[in-house]
Write a protein that binds this ligand. Structure first.
Ligand code: SAM
Length: 284
């Protein structure tokens, strides 16, 4: 549920009991019920546009770059030549925008369950949905679980930009899906998934990393600062069949780095150095 009191949107959820981020709203731009979720788009006072799915904030334009850049570039710079990439979820287009910076990419599939999310973001949030303009992008509307089940040895990198483990996203956080991703990537492939927050969802993070370790020989957990997300942090769970995840084998060109506002090779390495409680959590 969420509340709007005196123009402030408060994100109240039992996923983070007893806490709520509040953001000042200027205007509600859209409020629809798709076959999968309740979709609301706001213009905020200070954070640009804000997409809310089933009462959970998906992004604000103010700081979405932190998350989109890390989720996309962490796996991409760990692979020497990622040509074929799959995105599951990501219907706002932000991860696609980041992937389009990689000239080595030849083919991108994106499987988003909700056409309405794509339509809303294409109409109202071009700063993210510009990612759909890349001619290498092929859009599939459907359940990522079903899509990945049809893939064997197809991709160099798979990125799961899903909502939280609620509603249509639940099965994207479970072992069968990670097994299917392992089958879908090449023998030297890499996967990266939306990894929640070890401040707010330590149980989910532990489960994710256990599932990743059961399916991939090399795993890592990275975290970044995103003020809009609960606890101000979000993580990325990574799995690799061969290449190091903590030491990128490629780095942004000067021209690419000039466009990036969060990712650098240094922050890549640093983002996997966890605070004591986080390291203990993931060692357990
Ligand atoms: N950055 C956001 C976050 O970290 O919470 C995620 C953004 S993106 C809007 C999440 C997308 O995942 C939504 O568009 C949602 O429709 C999609 N999604 C959820 N479950 C899915 C599934 N099973 N298959 C494909 N897409 C799914």
């Amino acid at each position: 549920m969420n509340m709007i009191v005196d123009g402030w949107f408060s994100e109240i959820s039992d996923m983070w009991p007893g806490r709520a981020l509040s953001i000042k709203i200027r205007e509600k731009l859209l409020d629809i019920q798709s076959p999968f979720q309740h979709i609301v788009l706001y213009e905020t006072e200070n954070c640009g546009k804000m997409l809310v799915l089933d009462d959970i904030i998906q992004f604000t334009e103010d700081d979405e770059f932190a998350y989109q850049e890390m989720l996309a570039h962490l796996p991409m710079f760990c692979h020497p030549n990622p040509e074929r990439v799959l995105v599951i979820g990501g219907g706002d287009g932000g991860v696609l925008r980041e992937l389009s910076l990689h000239e080595c990419v030849k083919h991108i599939d994106i499987c988003e369950i909700d056409q309405a999310v794509v339509d809303v973001c294409r109409k109202y949030v071009p700063s993210l949905s510009c990612g759909f303009d890349d001619p290498r992008v092929n859009v599939h509307i459907g359940d990522g679980i079903e899509f990945i089940g049809r893939c064997t040895d197809c991709y160099d990198v798979i990125i799961v930009d899903s909502s939280d483990p609620v509603g249509p996203g639940i099965k994207l956080f479970e072992d069968p899906f990670y097994r299917a991703m392992r089958k879908a990537i090449h023998s030297d492939g890499i996967i990266a998934t939306q990894g929640e927050s070890f401040f707010m969802h330590s149980d989910v993070v532990c489960d994710l990393m256990r599932i990743a370790r059961n399916n991939f020989p090399i795993t890592a957990y990275s975290y970044m600062m995103v003020p809009t997300y609960p606890g101000g942090t979000l993580g990325v769970c990574l799995g690799s069949m061969r290449y190091s995840l903590s030491e990128p084998c490629r780095k942004p060109t000067a021209a690419m780095q000039a466009k990036l506002r969060y990712y650098t090779s240094d922050i890549h390495r640093a983002s996997m150095v966890l605070p004591a409680f986080g390291a203990r959590l993931l060692e357990a």
